[in-house]
Design a protein around this ligand. Structure first.
Ligand code: ATP
Ligand code: MG
Length: 162
């Protein structure tokens, strides 16, 4: 089925706004981010993916930090980006963060909550969509998580039930 992933992220921003505001953080779309972006996928599961990634981007960040979501629309697919200017991830840890229960450093987390399952779930869901998650990160600068999803065909969008 197809859905507008930008509208989905707007709802997630609304839900997480309180959490971000307490730490004077901003949740925003990139200035050049396209408006409606219809993708194919399991809406409920992709919502879980975006919620987990955006929650991490808030959690592993400093007060006053930023979280950006962006979509790069190609011919057949869209690349979804979740970027932050937070703590970053040390290079040796990057290959482990998608493992269940792996956490880089419990003490650096602002709120101590967390089991280390969020990214394992993200990986599982994205691989279930025949895609994969990419991450680039620099300690002290921030991280970018991204993945691709197929764009909804024009027909599919037109016949979408509202
Ligand atoms: P949970 O998501 O289950 O509540 P968690 O956030 O610790 O717990 P994951 O979401 O799987 O678990 O993330 C694993 C680890 O990767 C985190 O503990 C953190 O150290 C690191 N990490 C994840 N996202 C980021 C990010 N955006 N910036 C810096 N470190 C991150
Ligand atoms: Mg998490």
């Amino acid at each position: 089925s197809s859905f507008d992933i930008r509208a989905m992220v707007e709802e997630i921003f609304d839900q997480l706004e309180g959490k971000a505001e307490k730490r004077t953080m901003t949740l925003a779309f990139d200035p050049n981010c396209p408006q409606a972006v219809y993708v194919q996928g399991d809406e409920r599961r992709i919502n879980q993916v975006m919620t987990n990634l955006i929650t991490n981007a808030i959690k592993y960040n400093n007060d006053g930090g930023h979280v950006w979501v962006d979509f790069e629309v190609g011919k057949q697919e869209v690349t979804v980006f979740v970027k932050d200017d937070g703590l970053g991830i040390p290079a040796p840890d990057i290959k482990h963060i998608f493992e269940r229960f792996y956490r880089v450093d419990k003490s650096r987390s602002k709120d101590s909550g967390g089991t280390g399952l969020g990214l394992a779930i993200v990986k599982h869901i994205i691989e279930g969509h025949k895609s994969h998650v990419m991450v680039t990160s620099t300690v002290g600068k921030g991280s970018t998580f991204s993945f691709k999803l197929p764009l909804a065909g024009a027909e599919e969008v037109n016949t979408k039930e509202q």
